[in-house]
Design a protein around this ligand. Structure first.
Ligand code: NAP
Length: 333
């Protein structure tokens, strides 16, 4: 549409620095990460004329690109694959002028403004504001077979993929609250859920343990670790090894859910931003503001509770609105 073409899409200006003489780029709104949170922040920031520049990170589109069908994102009545949905998000962000780029932030200096963000250890960007949407990475066991069946029976998100296993038998690995929550969720959909835990004691909260142990269709495989995921095109079973006896046993399952924790991708911000003990960035009250004014966080890097595409998108929207307001308050727009 014409009005879009007429928008000023010059996302940044290149300025000369005095000390080294090297050219540095200065941007008004820098977005790091390209999952639902990052792209939604970009859509809102671009439409607010903040000329956002986005560095998409290692995994363009984020965690959703490792899933197959997404059926719980509103607006896709027939479902959509994770990669296609993220491509749609990206196109929408670009349509309003977001400058999306390959590259990953490797270090930052948030000690003074403009903030400095180094991309791929070589390019320094100066930014008036930064929206962090770098997401979290699900931890996996590290088995070759687990990798091979990723998206074909292996998943790290029961809420996303559980429905595909309606009436079937599945396994969940882990003994923390995430694993207990995923097993309980799946027990309402699946015929039987095996919870595979490496010890004889669960780590999750007492109330969740009680709920889990009361479920008739959940069987805890105490003192067991998965040794191999087996199947042909999709998962058909898991070989378990008993950590006490070394005995091996196969269970027949169509789904293998890994729930051994997530790692928020926040290491490079650790010197400047307040996080919880795991590394999730703390935001102020019901906003995306961090402890550094001008730096905002959204999506899974600050949310260990919901971790859904739709909640990440919502928080990306909040981050862009918070950024626009802050830039306004500071007289930067
Ligand atoms: P977590 O508490 O760190 O638990 C990870 C679990 O995975 C542990 O039981 C651990 O076994 C097991 N594990 C780790 N590496 C493994 C491996 N290589 N092979 C097999 N098992 C392995 O992680 P989380 O459950 O994701 O929870 C993270 C935080 O979020 C916790 O503070 C939790 O309370 C919170 N959370 C809260 C809720 C809620 O309140 N509704 C929901 C989800 C998460 P060990 O026990 O032997 O170490």
């Amino acid at each position: 549409m014409d009005f879009i073409k007429k928008m000023d899409t010059a996302a940044s200006e290149t300025v000369k620095t005095n000390n080294s003489g090297e050219a540095k780029e200065k941007v008004k709104c820098l977005i790091l990460g390209s999952g639902p949170a990052g792209y939604t922040a970009a859509i809102y920031a671009a439409r607010a004329n903040l000329n956002p520049v986005m560095y998409e990170g290692m995994q363009i589109g984020g965690q959703l690109t490792t899933t197959t069908e997404v059926e719980n994102y509103p607006g896709y009545p027939e479902g959509v694959t994770g990669p296609v949905m993220m491509e749609d998000f990206k196109k929408q962000a670009q349509r309003f002028g977001t400058d999306t780029r390959w590259g990953m932030a490797t270090s930052v200096d948030f000690s003074k403004r403009p903030f400095k963000v180094v991309i791929d250890e070589e390019t320094t960007i100066e930014a008036e504001s930064v929206i962090i949407a770098t997401g979290a990475t699900a931890k996996y066991i590290g088995l070759e077979s687990e990798k091979a069946f990723m998206g074909y029976g292996v998943s790290a998100c029961a809420t996303c993929d559980g429905f595909f296993y309606k009436g079937m038998d599945v396994a969940v690995v882990g003994g923390g609250d995430t694993a207990l929550e995923e097993a309980l969720y799946l027990s309402g959909i699946c015929r039987k859920v095996y919870l595979i835990h490496r010890r004889d004691e669960l780590r999750g909260s007492k109330i969740m343990q009680d709920r889990l142990l009361a479920k008739e269709n959940i069987e805890v495989m105490w003192n067991n670790v998965p040794k191999e995921v087996v199947g042909s095109k999709t998962v058909e079973g898991v070989i378990l090894e008993n950590t006490k006896t070394g005995e091996e046993k196969r269970i027949d399952v169509a789904g293998f859910f890994v729930a051994i924790g997530h790692k928020p991708n926040s290491d490079i911000f650790a010197d400047y931003l307040d996080t919880d003990e795991v590394g999730y960035i703390n935001t102020i009250a019901n906003t995306s503001r961090t402890n550094v004014p001008g730096v905002f966080a959204c999506g899974d890097v600050m949310d260990n509770m919901y971790r859904q595409a739709v909640t990440a998108a919502g928080s990306g929207c909040k981050a862009a609105i918070d950024t626009e307001r802050w830039l306004g308050e500071e007289g930067l727009i």
